[in-house]
Design a protein around this ligand. Sequence first.
Ligand code: AVJ
Length: 324
Amino acid sequence: MQPTAQPRDDPEAFRRAFAADLADTLRRTPRQIPSTYFYDDLGSALFEAICRLPWYRITRAESSLLVRHAREILQPMRRPVALAELGCGSGEKIALLVGSAGEQFPAVHLVDISEAALDEARYRLQAIGVRAIVTHHLAYEPGALQAVQQRPRDGSLMVLFLGSNIGNFAPAVAREFLVRIRRLLRSGDALLLGADLVKPEPELMLAYDDPLHVTAAFNRNLLRRINDELGGNFDLAAFAHHVRWNGADQRMEAYLVSLRQQHVVIRDAALAFDLAEGESIWTESSHKYDARQVLGEGLAAGFSGGEQWIDQDAKFALTRFDVS
Ligand code: AVJ
């Protein structure tokens, strides 16, 4: 589902939209919580820790591709190139690209739903001498729209959507998303897309169910957040982190499984329901692609062509889609 809650200057409005989303998704079969709610301050910090786990290779693989190929990635762009990263997190990756490119950028737009992450990203880019940094505390598309509306008159714009964030979208939603991003862009612009590729199941299981249980904490933090922000009564200790590879749909699925029968109340969402022992709440899907499939999706969305850089060992693809 596309959640309706948008971060904004009005925290009350955000809380109401969060509550309305949960009132919808937790009543479905199976019960669900949209994965976008992982990223409060603590959730973003836990995700940063996940990125450093030896079993979660996405971030390192993508970072080394960005460093090694920065100049090739930017080569065909009309100068000067403005950058806009959707879901920048701590800004580590865009900083690596900027630092490895050996050129100045007229503007770097940072879009994220976590204010803590945005602060860190801004600081990081300031530290490497980027002058025009614009932060947008917004979801992907409203943020992209802001960046486009504020783009410099000259040169080109490269939108970055990294880290396999696209994997959280169901394929049909991913395609619509790419179409809408394409429509925001104009001739000479580009989209740089990071996508994790299908790989052996044991590797995927370790990446999403790590032995240090950081991913389990990241998952359970959703319930902690609901308890704190919406007056929920989830018993965190009574939930297990469970993941599985769904080969038919090419995705990892994450769940929180109730270890006992429990009566759940979320006061501010006017929600009350029973969870049976063994009943699960579906919290995330991480879709995996084939490299060719990624190229095909971009072309289907109206991009003119692409250039791809692949880490064959970690199985991760970075693709630049051009706009003609
Ligand atoms: C940030 C959505 C790309 O799906 O791999 C990491 C989030 N979830 N471990 C992913 C995540 C569990 C991550 N994305």
